[in-house]
Design a protein around this ligand. Structure first.
Ligand code: CMP
Length: 139
């Protein structure tokens, strides 16, 4: 089925000016950018977005990292977009990411892992709503 998923290009990637290289990976995989905005996350936004991790030991550091520079939030659309995006991203831990994936090729660490992608249909819907209104999304 045609799905939509939320992608975030993280501050480690905007800092190195590789957002275009990352978007090219999405497009080559058949994903289409149907909404895109470069923003700086406030501490409140970062905390709310990652609320599911609030009790994890890495939460504070993750919020600090995600607010350390600009991010590019995007809606990606395509056949099986959620799973496909996760395939293209590779494993959270870049050391475990498969060859040719974004995280294998670009991530600096488990935290500074260049991209975020929604993990399931329900989270995708919620994460898209977190950043975009229906009018922002042009398929
Ligand atoms: P992301 O897919 O955005 O979801 C949660 C983020 O927390 C993850 O990518 C990493 O940036 C960060 N993180 C840091 N340490 C860990 C960890 N041990 N396990 C999972 N995520 C981590």
């Amino acid at each position: 089925a045609i799905e939509r998923t939320l992608s975030i290009i993280k501050p480690d990637a905007t800092r190195r000016n590789i957002t275009g290289e990352i978007v090219a990976r999405f497009e080559k995989a058949g994903l289409r950018v149907v909404a895109s905005r470069r923003i700086r996350l406030s501490e409140m936004q970062a905390k709310a977005f990652y609320a599911v991790h609030a009790e994890k030991p890495f939460y504070g550091s993750l919020v600090a990292f995600m607010t350390s520079g600009p991010v590019v939030v995007q809606v990606l659309e395509g056949e099986n977009a959620i799973a496909k995006n996760r395939e293209v991203m590779g494993a959270t831990n870049p050391e475990k990411a498969a060859p040719g994936t974004i995280r294998k090729d670009f991530a600096e660490s488990m935290e500074a892992n260049s991209v975020h992608g929604s993990d399931a249909p329900e989270t995708a819907a919620n994460e898209i709503k977190f950043f975009f209104s229906d009018l922002d999304i042009v398929g």
